[in-house]
Ligand binder design. Sequence first.
Ligand code: FAD
Length: 291
Amino acid sequence: MSALHVSFEFFPPKTDKMQETLWSTVEKLAPLGPDFVSVTYGAGGSTRARTHETVARIIRETALPVAAHLTCVAATREEVDAVVKEYWVAGVKHIVALRGDPPGGPGDPYEPHPGGYANAAELAAGARKIAPFEITVGCYPEKHPDSPSLAADIDHLKRKIDAGATRAVTQFFYDNTVYLRYLEAVRKAGVTIPIVPGLMPVTNFAGLRKMADVCGATLPGRLVKLFQNLDADPQTRDLISATVAAEQCLDLAEEGVDHFHFYTLNRDKLAYALCHMLGVRPKPTAAVSAA
Ligand code: FAD
């Protein structure tokens, strides 16, 4: 197996306790030398300050390359540009540029802010006008629910690439053939940037089912069966979740996937174990530096 690349996604913590959990996760995962770690941005900018603080702390206290997520929701271009400039000044060189979901949640029709960026392609172009950011965007192996067809969705991905995106991370999926078919379709359409699979561990299955419904992501029947009647048995569920994730990662690696993006939910154990299984081991030089 050739050297694999990994990246880890975190969300900005709300409480001191959650802050501690995130930080011990960062300390555990940092020595694995991820290509980057990213910090999400809450709906409508609700985590603006916390995303910024989290990103700034990672820059201050580690040597990890960090990407800040940013969305277009409920903000004028000037407001979004101000956040972009703050990021650049804080030392953030990489943005995950996203449109974001409607304030009522995914599933509601999306209305761009009248004075704002209409979508992720416009946001990527706007950010690149401000500074030479590295830009990652989202992509959808089962097409985005707002898109009339997979072909239209891939056209939109191409607009994001024309606007400066050099990597796309996928929405979560649990059937690898869905990802592999999508990869074939985007390559056929002339897309050459890395399409990195975004891997989400199964935690609360009822919650996942709801999220999958609104995101237009399919949960395979096999998965539904595996997690049946386990909502009150987190121990068994976690063991099965680890097995499912391991099978998924190892199969993707066999298919030639060489970069894995983990939606960590700020937890280290499963992401660390999966990296170990993939042959990604601690690199002493990548450890968290002393603050
Ligand atoms: P876009 O790609 O701009 O648009 C979504 C879809 O709408 C497109 O795929 C396309 O089909 C259609 N579309 C949009 N504009 C046009 C157009 N002009 N012409 C034709 N079709 C168009 N949300 C958050 O709030 N915070 C986060 O931190 C966050 N992180 C994410 C990370 C990843 C890796 C992914 C995959 C998603 C993330 N999301 C996040 C969710 C994301 O905001 C939603 O999926 C949102 O609905 C779409 O965002 P997007 O950037 O993909 O939008």
